[in-house]
Every structure is written in structure tokens, then in C-alpha cells.
Ligand binder design. Sequence first.
Ligand SMILES: Cc1cc2nc3c(=O)[nH]c(=O)nc-3n(C[C@H](O)[C@H](O)[C@H](O)COP(=O)(O)OP(=O)(O)OC[C@H]3O[C@@H](n4cnc5c(N)ncnc54)[C@H](O)[C@@H]3O)c2cc1C
Length: 399
Amino acid sequence: MVSVAVIGSGPSGALFSLLAAKLGFDVLVVERKAKPSSHIVCGEFLLTPNETRRLYVDSGIIRDSRDVDESYKYIVGRNIVENKISLIEIYLEGGRPLLDIKLDGYVIRKDLMIQQIVDDAERNGVKLVNSAFFTDAKYRDGVIIFKAKRGGVELSFKVDYLIGADSTPSRVSQVFSIDSGYDDKDIALCINQRFSSLKIDESKVYVFISPRYAPGGFGWIIPKGGGRANVGLGVRMYLVKKGFKIVECFKKFLSDVESSFLKGARPTELFYLKTVPVGGIVSNVESGCVMLIGDAAGTCEPINGAGIVNAMISGCIASNCLKSIVEGRGLSYSLELHRVLGKVIENGLLYRKTGDLLMYNRKLIRLGALFLGRKVLAKVLKAENTPHLILARILSMFT
Ligand SMILES: Cc1cc2nc3c(=O)[nH]c(=O)nc-3n(C[C@H](O)[C@H](O)[C@H](O)COP(=O)(O)OP(=O)(O)OC[C@H]3O[C@@H](n4cnc5c(N)ncnc54)[C@H](O)[C@@H]3O)c2cc1C
């Protein structure tokens, strides 16, 4: 039996492990958390399957619906949808909304989704090693020997294939010197905190653009229903390295939106930080017997940070490609990932890079919005095709 180890049990790693086990692989998952579903740092918002189909599949931006449908099987009908969204309101530092985007989405219980997939995986024979941090690996006699630390103890494993589903920056990529092609503009540092007792219209997601507290990123309030919400913001890593303090930004953001959106609301947990890739699919998603999936492969949508469904889609693609590789049919994972998700992620990257020219100045943001008009701007933020893609391609060369 061909053995495969998966490092990380987020949406990409959990789904990959389940599908690979179903395809007949001997699967081991190494996860640094005590429980894969604990400590979720995420807005938990995603598009409904119909919206995904309408926006991306029917228009050919996502070029194959099989992996999309497979991913949504683990979202729809599993009691994980907590709230339904029909509109995104975008503000430029409070005031009146700059833009409304009509769009059908769900806010999910990501912890429960991951737990359900992991439980299914274990029922299908996947072995899970929790509280274990992947540290190192090397090839020996054609197999991969890798190490993980659990408490003070070093564990060692031998496998035929290794999957990096360990987000960004990926330790698996570092150990195997797989170049992402990223710089610090291609990573966002995000902060998220859960609040309760909000009194807002829960059918909307609220997005706040602000060079003051979210330069190169945005703030969000994502209602989870029952007065609860994920509240957070993202800032580009190069600014953080220059001394921009994300916690201070978050405090500014909270005080800015307090009177209109968070009156009487209170945090129900500490805030948590996590990085998100916004540089598009990394330069190399495979090397030898190693494949990268999800955020480790840069599948997060660069213009809006949506990464859950894309991560799961990449897990589906990788499991099928691995099966074809061991059967000698040799489907290239890199080509397949680019074929299915390449266009939607590239669109988002081109728009993000163009946005980088404007996002740090309030007046330029307004000018950009005026130039594009509401309809096109809405398409840009969803990474859809627009006539401005060519201009975005040219402008992106200057960022
Ligand atoms: C604040 C925030 C808000 C977001 N909001 C949204 C949203 O609303 N909608 C959306 O679609 N996307 C959102 N995203 C993006 C989304 O969370 C990710 O794209 C998605 O979770 C990627 O899944 P993944 O499995 O690739 O990685 P992750 O979910 O990051 O999972 C990686 C796993 O690997 C484990 N790991 C890491 N390193 C090691 C190691 N060395 N050894 C062992 N285990 C390791 C981690 O513990 C983790 O469980 C958000 C991200 C952040 C940070």
C-alpha cells in the first residue's frame, strides 16, 4: 500500500486525507494542534454552491466543476451553516457604504466542518497524530523520512509521499526548499476576534477599507447569527515588518465602528493572529514526492482572502493526481491546479496588485472606485472577468 503523510489538518489537509484514504492510500495526518477543530482563526464566510457555480463555473473562470461539487459535499447538508448572507456592504472608513454587492453566502462553523471531515477520515482508516509539530524531513532510499515534535519527544515516520497542508509560511516548503516566489507583500497578517450581543442586520457582511487601520487589506464584521460575529482585519506583512502594529490597528478599527456596528457588543474570546497568502498560486506546488495544497500552495483568493473552498478544491485535485501518479497515468498536479483554479486566482492577483497602487490613500481609493463604477468594482472584488483585466495586467508590472 502506498503511504502518504499530510502535514496539517485544516480544510485542505482534512479533505485530502479523507479522499486519499478512500482512493486506497495508507494515510497519516500530523497536526500541531491538540484537536484539528480547535482554535479557528477565520471569518468563516463562503459563497453558496449556486453562487460559486453562477460566478465562476458557468463563466468558465473555474474550468471544472467536479472538484467544486466534491468540496461542497462537505459543507452543504451537514448542519454547519450558521447564517445566510445576501449582501456585502463595503465602507471606506465608516460613513455611507461605498458599494453594495449582492451575493449569496454562508457563514459556517468551520470547527465542526473540519471535525466532521476528520471523523470521516478516521472511519476510513486515516491515522491522526495530534499535538505534533512537523520539523524536518529528508529522502532516504527513495522514501521520505520525516520528524515531528510532540511534547518533548521527537517522532520519526517513513512515507512514500508527503503533502504540505500546513498553511503559510509552509514548514514543508522550507524543509524541501520549495520556492514560493513570494515576498512580504504577498502575505497578509490577520487578526480575528469573536463578539456577541451585536445588533446589526445579520443578512449582510460588512467590509471596511481604510488606509489608516487596514493598509493594503480590509476590516470585516461577519455575522454568525444570534448576535454573534467574527470581527477582524488584515494588514500586509511588509508593513508589519516595518513596525506597523496590527493590534493597535485593530483597536482603532473597533473604536471606529463601535458606535454604528458594535454598540453593546462584547468579545467572547481573545483575539488571534494568523497569516494568509495573497500572492496567488506559489511558483512551485510540487517537488519530487512532495505536494503543497491549500494556503501552503497559495490557493487563497488574493483580492478578498477567501480560501476555505479553494483549499478544499486543491485537496480534491491533489488526491486524484496522486492516484494517477502511482498508477503511472502521471496527471500533473501543478497543471491540474492551474487548469481548475489558476484563472480565478490570477484574476484576483492582478486586481490586488493594481489595488496596491491605490489602497494606501483615501482619495486614490475614491478615484479608483469612481473610474471603475460600482458594477465593475463589484466584479473586481469577486475576481470576475472585466474589460480592465488587461489594464490590471499592465499596472501590476509596476507594483
Ligand atoms: C483571520 C482570517 C480570516 C479568514 N476569513 C476567511 C473567510 O471568511 N472565508 C474564507 O473562505 N477564508 C477565510 N480565510 C482563509 C482561510 O482560513 C484559509 O484559506 C483556509 O483555512 C486554508 O485552509 P488550509 O487547510 O490550507 O490551511 P489552514 O486552515 O491554515 O490549516 C493548516 C493546518 O496546518 C497545521 N500546521 C501548520 N504548521 C504545522 C506543522 N509544522 N506541523 C503540524 N501541523 C501544522 C495548523 O495547525 C492547521 O491546522 C481567513 C483567514 C484568516 C487568517
